[in-house]
Ligand binder design. Structure first.
Ligand code: GLA
Length: 721
């Protein structure tokens, strides 16, 4: 049993393979947190009640229970706790306070599906604890769920609200997870960024006050990624404590990390309040999205691997796509200038070089010759595809490649048939100017008619066409977030309902085209989150394909997400493809994740084409399964030194793929790179040079000579004899 309750001590105990989570019901009323960390023996920490001045107390328990000073599990607003709280609900009196007291619990195998929302899949080891709390005055039931994935050391949290009263309740703030940690001697690792510079790594010591991450953009965003880590100050990849957190949601969110007078750290993850409100009529329920957390006492690297395993086993679509196709995407080569002839050339060259699939990017539909027109009109441009889409796609496939196509369902250009027919289908606030971004507006995905229109258009255009892959883009954020079809008192629900509409359309795609995978994209990695990963096999990591920038973006991405989700393309900025060394450097960087290509391959020289063919052969034969399914070990951090180094290995540790990237020019020196996962008694051959190494040698470290010039890379592929 992973979850137990001891009726004597009133302690709930949630165990994973290597971690333990404990809380206790004190005074039969309050769930008080006591531990999240290593597995403990008999001696478990007990509830303690510090006492600070100015803290409000209840008559019954006095200073023996001060809501502001204790560690809690889930806390109502204005309930005597001045720290960030989890749930604020306004009742008809105008009061927003919520006081939650323990009512009961249930423990069961498996999990409950979250209606309309992405969530982690259960397996035979999954168990769930439902902790039932109740606010007497509002007659509000609050069930807090703990779902445990013991093998991956992950615990998830979400809440379900039910208005059991006869009056309306307005939910003003809602969080899915609250975790109180007993001190604040942690560093926080998080990722900030912008378009083309997603997931920039930062590591800072926690300080008194709030250090929050958030998105108010209606998308999880390029600006802050929902993954973050709290680790001990001395934590390295291999040593120290590391807690990882994430949110299974793709819209606006709030992550609060707060240190207050007690010196404890409060972590909260949820929808927050800026872009969220929900009206609960009598009898109505509301379920929050799911947040996940993991704990490692073997450094940051193990925390990452916990999440990699968890995402691969419980989040990513289980499907025939064990492998990802190596794609050739038209965007950076052609932008909007695509037509049948160019695409057919792409297909022929792709087939020659053993590329699996051609992806026709933006520019194929409506009046789409630039970013000013066409979004919303999901039929092929008759000038570009004279005989229609089907014969064209059949012709492409007859060349021996698969076929992928770009869509951006959530958006509309003002210059489109759709907007002319239905201006009321955009997000908008009465009397306010409709603000454009990338010359487009956002469709009101909270309106079922809009979602139905999209389903009907795609059915008409794609049915009977042998499409193997959709690239689903989203190229602006949400502003003027009002839905014309919602009544005034429900307007604050637009942002969340928008996401429900998006997820509904994703699920429809998956069911309607079960053999087609979805690559998610939002101007690159603007929705690089667990919500999207539930439906999309991989995500376009960034519009920035410059390998130097990519080294940074990919390093951070790997801290929270597996390589299997990370689309990485070899591109041809600065016309480097004809330079053998530069082509290899781009390939080495792209081998951090799922390999693809994005340049005008038909125009490349035969030498470059031959090199690409060899790259793909090596990838499919030797590297692909290690990268997509193996264990990842990071050795050097490119934000802290001039190098990036990491390796992937299989379970048996009989194959090890090591990559070393040098970023800038420097005086030549020798770097020692230790392969701690090598087996001491084994002998390995580096298949790229034929050199033999004993396991001991790899453990002690191999010497890598750096170069005077910038942008260098090397790989080793060690295979046990
Ligand atoms: C976004 C994507 C690109 C490309 C363009 C097309 O920027 O990230 O890869 O698909 O849109 O407009």
């Amino acid at each position: 049993m992973s979850i137990t309750f001891n009726p004597e001590t009133k302690v709930f105990d949630i165990k994973t393979k290597n971690s333990e989570y404990l809380f206790k019901i004190v005074y039969d009323k309050f769930p008080a947190h006591t531990h999240y960390g290593d597995l403990l023996g008999e001696n478990k920490p007990d509830f303690s009640s510090p006492c600070y001045s100015f803290s409000p107390y209840y008559k019954e328990w006095g200073i023996n229970y001060l809501p502001n000073d204790v560690m809690s599990e889930y806390v109502g607003f204005d309930s005597g706790d001045f720290r960030a709280t989890s749930l604020r609900v306004q009742n008809e009196e105008g009061d927003s306070m919520v006081v939650l007291k323990y009512k009961g619990y249930s423990i069961f195998d498996g999990r409950v599906e979250l209606k309309g929302l992405p969530s982690a899949e259960a397996d035979e080891n999954t168990q769930t604890l439902e902790l039932q709390l109740y606010d007497e005055v509002n007659e509000l039931e609050v069930n807090v769920y703990y779902t445990v994935f013991p093998e991956e050391d992950v615990i998830s949290r979400y809440v379900k609200l039910k208005n059991a009263s006869q009056k309306e309740l307005l939910v003003e703030k809602l969080m899915s997870l609250l975790l109180d940690l007993p001190h604040h001697d942690y560093d926080m690792i998080s990722f900030y960024g912008w378009h083309c510079r997603e997931r920039q790594y930062q590591r800072n010591p926690l300080h008194y006050g709030a250090q929050n991450l958030f998105s108010r953009r209606g998308a999880s965003s390029h600006q802050f990624n929902p993954f973050f880590c709290l680790c001990s100050k001395d934590a390295t990849q291999d040593e120290g404590e590391a807690y990882g957190f994430n949110f299974v949601y793709s819209g606006s969110y709030l992550e609060e990390v707060e240190v207050e007078q007690t010196g404890t750290t409060r972590v909260q993850i949820g929808l927050g309040s800026d872009n969220f409100q929900w009206l609960l009529e009598p009898g109505e329920e509301f379920t929050s999205p799911e947040a996940v957390m993991t704990y490692s006492n073997n450094g940051i690297g193990q925390m990452s691997r916990n999440f990699h395993n968890f995402i691969r086993d419980h989040i990513l679509p289980k499907e025939i796509f064990d492998k990802r196709p190596v794609v050739l995407n038209t965007w950076e080569a052609c932008f909007f200038n695509i037509n049948e002839d160019v695409l057919l050339q792409f297909a022929e060259t792709a087939a020659e070089t053993d590329i699996d699939m051609v992806v026709m990017d933006d520019g194929w539909f409506g009046a789409r010759n630039g970013d000013n027109a066409g979004l919303g009109d999901w039929y092929e441009n008759p000038k570009k595809f004279k005989n229609g889409l089907k014969p064209f796609v059949d012709k492409m496939k007859s060349k021996g490649v698969k076929f992928g196509i770009w869509i951006e369902p959530e958006m509309v250009n003002p210059d489109s048939d759709l907007f002319r027919a239905h201006p009321e289908w955009c997000l908008q606030c009465k009397g306010r100017e409709l603000m454009q971004s990338r010359r487009q507006l956002v469709l009101d995905m909270s309106n079922p008619d809009v979602v139905q229109y999209l389903k009907d258009s795609f059915t008409k255009t794609f049915d009977g066409v042998a499409i193997d892959y959709f690239k689903w883009d989203m190229n602006r954020h949400l502003s003027q977030v009002g839905s014309p079809v919602l009544p005034a008192k429900r307007k604050g629900e637009t942002s969340f309902r928008y996401m429900l509409g998006v997820y509904e359309l994703y699920r429809w795609f998956r069911e309607k085209y079960p053999n087609a995978m979805i690559e998610n994209c939002s101007g690159g990695g603007g929705r690089y989150d667990l919500g999207m990963m539930k439906y999309s096999t991989m995500i376009w990591t960034s519009d920035n394909t410059d390998p130097h920038r990519r080294t940074h973006i990919q390093y951070s991405s790997m801290m929270g997400y597996p390589a299997a989700t990370m689309s990485c393309h070899v591109s041809n900025h600065d016309n480097c493809i004809e330079d053998e060394k530069q082509l290899q450097y781009r390939y080495h960087v792209a081998l951090g994740g799922a390999l693809g290509y994005e340049f005008h391959l038909p125009r490349a020289s035969q030498t470059a084409k031959d090199a690409v063919k060899k790259q793909i052969e090596d990838y499919h034969r030797d590297y692909e399964d290690l990268i997509l399914k193996g264990d990842y070990y990071s050795l050097l951090n490119p934000y802290e030194c001039n190098y990036n180094a990491y390796y992937y290995t299989n379970n048996e540790r009989s194959r090890i793929l090591l990559t070393f990237i040098q970023q800038e020019s420097e005086d030549v020196k020798t770097i020692n790179v230790k392969i701690a996962q090598a087996k001491e008694d084994a002998v390995y051959t580096d298949k790229l040079t034929g050199t033999k190494y004993t396991g001991k040698e790899l453990l002690a470290g191999i010497s890598v000579e750096t170069e005077e010039s910038r942008y260098n890379s090397r790989m080793w592929y060690f295979v046990e004899e």
